[in-house]
Write a protein that binds this ligand. Structure first.
Ligand code: B12
Length: 304
């Protein structure tokens, strides 16, 4: 029922060639960037990228998606391509991504399987003692790095769900990205017609995955900065909650009772978090490293 196969641009687009070629072309590229930002000559810019940057290393967006899926599927992640322009058409100015509309981006979701397939092996292999962030975030960052390493000639901007910009706003709104990528319907207050709540009440929206309901997380996006995919066809996310009453129920549960996990079961699901995984996520961030140590001890070593 889920995920009709996406259609990608069969033709080109992009990819930087050798460093030598790039450095020779940099002055020209600068000129084209200036022209592009003026809003003129857009097609020329794209053609320039197409012809010159692909001479020694041609790859198209379909191939990119397949490569990334190969890396992340087995680790319990899902990958959903979208055009940056689809996202920018939805969000307000402070959240706009500064890339041309046809730029290829991939939304990455963690499914309930990520915990066993990626997270536990990761914490058994790596030093998670540290400082920076939540071990799950570190695990996701590690997998984003693996993706980048597979594309040494392509500039990829990885933006995580937890990243903030200089104005302390989220760098990426992953729910909107998930919706425009066709991965998970983002139910917002505006989807309840007529409105149900008081004017002053703040109601946060929630995404529902067609297979996993609320038992998943939207981890971030990978933007292939010089890759455009004009022929990528947008697919709508499955509207798994078409009726108003259930939408109200969903938003009530997410906003008022999110700790009881019930919003995640708003539709029947194929898989959900294990008890251990729920326990992990219910653990306060400051106590998660201790939890990680318990998992390491129980696994009793580094798995293959
Ligand atoms: C800040 C934040 C919070 C804050 C504020 C919540 C909020 N939504 O603002 C707090 C701390 C309260 C919070 C709490 C929780 N959060 Co939180 N949170 C975030 C975070 C980091 C940013 C959200 C944000 O600031 N949005 C800014 C506002 C302005 O965005 P917006 O309301 O969506 O508005 C945009 C859209 O409407 C869009 N738009 C306009 N027109 C249209 C039209 C269409 C068709 C579309 C698609 C979009 C669109 O444009 C607007 C912006 O201009 C996101 C991760 C992320 N990076 O996105 C997670 C996230 C929303 N949180 C999440 C979760 C699960 C939770 C919690 C349950 C705790 C938890 N982690 O287990 C609780 C539950 C909420 C509650 N009851 O309090 C999940 C939700 C998953 C899902 N299924 O949807 C997210 C996505 C994290 C993730 N990685 O998966 N959270």
């Amino acid at each position: 029922m889920f995920s009709p196969k996406k259609i990608f641009c069969p033709d080109f687009h992009t990819v930087s060639g050798s460093n030598i070629i790039i450095s020779l072309l940099l002055p020209c590229k600068f000129l084209f960037v200036v022209l592009r930002s003026s809003g003129l000559f857009y097609n020329r810019y794209v053609n320039y990228e197409c012809v010159t940057m692909t001479t020694d290393n041609h790859i198209n967006s379909k191939t990119i998606v397949e490569v990334v899926e190969n890396i992340l599927d087995g680790a319990g992640f899902e990958v959903h391509p979208f055009k940056v322009g689809w996202y920018n058409e939805c969000v307000d100015e402070p959240f706009i991504l500064s890339h041309v509309a046809d730029t290829l981006a991939l939304l990455v979701i963690s499914t309930p399987h990520m915990y066993d397939k990626a997270f536990k092996p990761f914490i058994c292999r790596q030093q998670c003692e540290g400082d920076i962030r939540d071990p799950i975030d570190q695990c996701v960052a590690h997998h984003f790095k693996l993706v980048k390493e597979n594309f040494p000639d392509i500039e990829i901007e990885a933006i995580h769900d937890f990243e903030l910009n200089h104005k302390r706003r989220p760098k990426i709104l992953v729910q909107t990205a998930g919706h425009v990528a066709g991965a998970a319907y983002y139910y917002r207050r505006k989807d309840v017609i007529p409105d149900h709540w008081g004017e002053k009440q703040k109601i946060f929206g929630v995404s529902v995955h067609p297979k996993y309901g609320g038992w998943f997380a939207l981890r971030g996006v990978l933007i292939f900065k010089a890759v455009t995919c004009p022929e990528l066809v947008q697919i709508s996310p499955p509207d798994v909650i078409p009726d108003r009453d259930t939408r109200i129920e969903l938003l009530e549960r997410f906003n008022k009772h999110w700790q009881d996990w019930s919003f995640r079961d708003i539709i029947p699901v194929t898989d959900k978090y294990s008890e251990e995984q729920k326990q992990y996520f219910a653990t306060k961030p400051g106590e998660r490293l201790a939890f990680v140590q318990t998992i390491r001890n129980s696994v009793g070593g580094v798995p293959d």
